[in-house]
Design a binder for this molecule. Structure first.
Ligand code: HEC
Length: 92
């Protein structure tokens, strides 16, 4: 029962963003911070518009956009940096 409940909640939370990649890296600390960034991104950035995929913008544009959106989403600098780390992780 508990299992089904958590699957249900996971579907609710992540169901709307199936193509938003889930980080899977060996470094546990990095993995944790990427997942935290993803979580904040999904929960704080999807209220007003659909989530944009990381590949939609270059790193430069992402940095500018997330700066602009920080005010709208009411997030701290730390939260912003977690989001950016997540979004830009697979870009170099
Ligand atoms: C309070 C509403 C609101 C929240 C919360 C919000 N946005 Fe936005 N966002 C907008 C609006 C409105 C636009 C389009 C108009 C503009 O750019 O001023 C936009 C545009 C964007 C764009 C540009 C899209 C394009 O095609 O150019 C990106 C990227 C973006 N938001 C990312 C984010 C991120 C990341 C977050 C979370 C930190 C976020 N948004 C949170 C309202 C919001």
């Amino acid at each position: 029962m508990k299992y089904f409940l958590s699957v249900f909640i996971a579907l609710l939370v992540f169901g709307c963003s199936p193509s938003l990649y889930k980080p899977d890296v060996a470094d546990a600390k990095l993995q944790e911070s990427l997942l935290a960034g993803r979580k904040i991104y999904v929960s704080r950035c999807s209220n007003c518009h659909n989530l944009h995929l990381p590949k939609e913008f270059t790193s430069e544009i992402w940095k500018k956009q997330v700066d602009l959106m920080q005010v709208r989403a009411g997030i701290s600098d730390d939260e912003k940096n977690l989001i950016l780390n997540y979004l830009l992780y697979d870009k170099k």
